[in-house]
Design a protein around this ligand. Structure first.
Ligand SMILES: Nc1ncnc2c1ncn2[C@@H]1O[C@H](COP(=O)(O)OP(=O)(O)OP(=O)(O)O)[C@@H](O)[C@H]1O
Length: 254
């Protein structure tokens, strides 16, 4: 637990209200929590409760209406190279190979080709795609495409990886195997992960902690510390108890 105690990110009273001709709509209201260095933090909330809006504010992709986000003690405004995102619908470039897709962020930073190749190969190997370097996204399964997205996010060596329902589009079997894969990758290459899901079982399986959000406007309902050892058994008593506690505390069926 010791290594989890440093606060890498502090989210202080952030809110988001959208204004349009039809009126105003508050998606996020006074959300505060800390992110601890090296932890696997899960944000769990019902569908359409504002999870993506919250993540986009953490990543500096959209403005906050109120509140502050501190990264390493300094306020973040706009995007920051210390944060990298993995999206549910991966924006892989269809005419670029796996390797070129993984190198994309590095290329933008102006890194020379040989260094780019060395780094991309490391992360392609890490996510289990060795041998697929020259494949195109259309030749890959859904799970493999997610692996490319994960390698691409890791390749820029961010301090924090934000993952927005990355397994939401996968079939159940692939989803289970990717849950184990993401834990393996996180344990091999320690970074702070903020992982969003609307799936209670997935949250209990993956998280060191779970931030449970309410329905819209999203507020923090409860923060769970999970002490269950990994690999977690989804049918053990303690796992089922946690799952039931969270489910009883959840606003909508999620
Ligand atoms: N630019 C915008 N203008 C107005 N309303 C918006 C905007 N972006 C998001 N919203 C609204 O904010 C609410 C939360 O959306 P968001 O996509 O964050 O939910 P979510 O929890 O990520 O959903 P899902 O579980 O489907 O991924 C929705 O009702 C959405 O319509």
């Amino acid at each position: 637990m010791e290594q989890h105690m440093r606060k890498i990110m502090e989210i202080q009273d952030i809110s988001k209200t959208f204004f349009s001709k039809k009126g105003m709509f508050t998606a996020i209201e006074d959300v505060s929590f800390d992110v601890r260095e090296g932890e696997f933090l899960v944000i769990l909330g019902p569908g359409r409760c504002g999870k993506t809006v919250l993540l986009n504010m953490l990543a500096g992709l959209i403005d906050k209406t109120t509140g502050r986000v501190l990264l390493d003690g300094k306020e973040v405004s706009g995007t920051d190279s210390k944060i990298s995102m993995v999206f549910q619908k991966l924006a892989l470039m269809p005419f670029k190979t796996v390797q070129e897709n993984v190198e994309l962020g590095l290329k933008f930073s102006g890194m020379p080709k040989s260094k780019r190749q060395e780094i991309s190969q490391h992360y392609i190997d890490l996510v289990g795609l060795k041998g697929f370097e020259k494949s195109y996204p259309s030749q890959l399964s859904g799970g493999m495409k997610q692996r490319v997205g994960i390698a691409r996010a890791y390749a820029t060596k961010p301090e924090i990886l934000i993952m927005d329902e990355p397994f939401g589009q996968l079939d159940a079997q692939t989803r289970y195997s990717m849950q184990n894969e993401i834990l393996r990758i996180w344990q091999e290459e320690k970074r702070t992960v903020i992982f969003v899901t609307n799936n209670i079982e997935e949250a209990c399986y993956l998280g060191d902690r779970i931030i449970l959000l309410s329905e819209c406007p999203a507020k923090v309902k409860k923060i769970y510390e999970i002490e269950i050892e990994r690999p977690r058994n989804m049918i053990s008593r303690e796992f089922l108890k946690l799952r039931t506690d969270i489910s009883d505390n959840t606003d909508l069926a999620i």
